[in-house]
Design a binder for this molecule. Structure first.
Ligand SMILES: Cc1ncc(COP(=O)(O)O)c(C=O)c1O
Length: 396
């Protein structure tokens, strides 16, 4: 294996609900959900049955032909999005395989729209923001203005500009007639769980409309009910809804799939042969995602996410009072949460893992919490007890 990840010792062999077991049969509570992926938990029985049934029926026949599931998933994604009061002009989808690929498609669609809006060929700039993470392929990477990710692979794709997240005053200069697209996470995940302010998101959307730029919301980490709403931007007024939305991660609960939702105004500018994928939209992935979206769009589940979030945030307040030198702030919404530390969280992550809790980091010294959405309040309390023990152990 190419050494692209620094992995800790446990070898995971089994999962059930919000728990993982390693090869030595040690049990871990999973506050990571595979980085916001297994929102329905590990080994969901119905999900497993669908894999088996569809594998025996049809896995792949290619995008050269129709199958029943790509269309069904697209329809469901659009319907649930509209029903939930999000992206009010959502109309069509493009289905692919991973988050970075969804953003790649979104960036290409924005460039294509720019060519049509301004046939001079000057409308090609893509704007994104500091602390953002949009993926590792060259287009998405060019929108991820972080030297840690970009420097080894320079030069980046031309035409990518960086702005300051939540800087309302900077928007007018940043986004101009040369901008064809703006890509932004409503809640930055990898960057450290920072939410876009309503003022910023509304001003950004308004400026996009003024200059004819496509507004892309990357909801790959924040979407699919993780905030307690189907999409994180659901809390924003209609005028701040996007023209394109990208989703992946939880969409397949671990089976690779991603989707790009677009408005009719975008869809009508994408012509035959403009974009494509071999695996994307295969009937197995789409049938699984259809099941996942049906489950994750449940209002009862969304309500439970908010209740579970309060279990986290109430305890975070107590931890902050107890360890004021270590914990300075808690951020996020629903079950995408961050605890800002004054030091490197790695010793706490290690001590937690040794005590049976998996937790990850983000940004600079941020502990990140992305549990499954089906984790019980008792499990959350248990995990937070372990976290506190780990903090105490690293203090002494
Ligand atoms: C907001 C966001 N966008 C894009 C990506 C890239 O997704 P993938 O790893 O599936 O390519 C991620 C992954 O962490 C992400 O959090």
């Amino acid at each position: 294996m190419v050494a692209t990840y620094a992995r800790p010792p446990p070898v995971f062999v089994q999962g059930e609900g919000s728990w993982l077991w390693d090869i030595e049969n040690r049990k871990y509570l999973d506050f990571t959900a595979g980085i916001a992926v297994t929102s329905l938990g590990h080994s969901d029985p119905e999900f497993a049955d669908i894999i088996a049934a569809q594998a025996k029926t049809l896995i792949h026949a290619s995008n050269l032909y129709y199958n029943p599931w790509t269309g069904a998933l697209s329809k469901l994604l659009v319907e649930k999005t509209l029903e939930s009061g999000c992206m009010h002009e959502a109309s069509k989808t493009f289905i692919c395989n991973s988050g970075t690929e969804a953003n790649e498609a979104a960036i290409k669609f924005a460039r294509k729209v720019g060519k049509i809006v301004d046939p001079s060929g000057d409308k090609v700039d893509i704007v994104s923001f500091n602390q953002a993470f949009h993926g590792r392929t060259m287009g998405a990477l060019s929108a991820t203005h972080n030297p840690k990710y970009q420097k080894p692979f320079a030069p980046m794709v031309p035409g990518f500009k960086q702005g300051t997240f939540n800087d309302v005053a900077g928007i007018n200069d940043l986004v101009n007639e040369k901008t064809c697209g703006v890509i932004v996470e409503p809640i930055q995940g990898e960057g450290g769980i920072y939410a876009g302010s309503e003022e910023f998101m509304v001003a950004l959307a308004k400026r996009c409309r003024e200059v004819g730029a496509v507004l892309i919301y990357d909801e790959i980490q924040s979407g699919l009910s993780r905030t307690g709403q189907l999409w994180a931007h659901g809390s924003l007024p209609k005028e701040a809804h996007p023209d394109i939305l990208t989703t992946a991660k939880a969409l397949g609960n671990g089976f690779p799939i991603a989707a790009v939702l677009v408005t009719e105004a975008v869809a009508e500018k994408i012509k035959l042969g403009d974009h494509g994928t071999t695996f994307g939209g295969n009937p197995l992935a789409c049938r699984l995602a259809h099941y996942v979206v049906s489950k994750l769009s449940s209002p009862d589940l969304q309500e439970s996410v908010l209740a579970k979030s309060r279990v986290f945030t109430d305890r975070f307040a107590k931890l902050q009072a107890k360890f004021p030198d270590l914990i300075t702030e808690s951020r996020g919404r629903g079950l995408i949460l961050g605890l800002q530390l004054t030091e490197d969280p790695t010793p706490i992550v290690t001590a937690a893992r040794e005590r049976g809790l998996l937790v990850i980091t983000a940004g600079t010294n941020t502990l990140r919490f992305l549990p499954s959405l089906v984790m019980t309040e008792e499990e959350i309390t248990h995990g937070l007890d372990i976290l506190e023990e780990a903090i105490v152990a690293t203090r002494s």
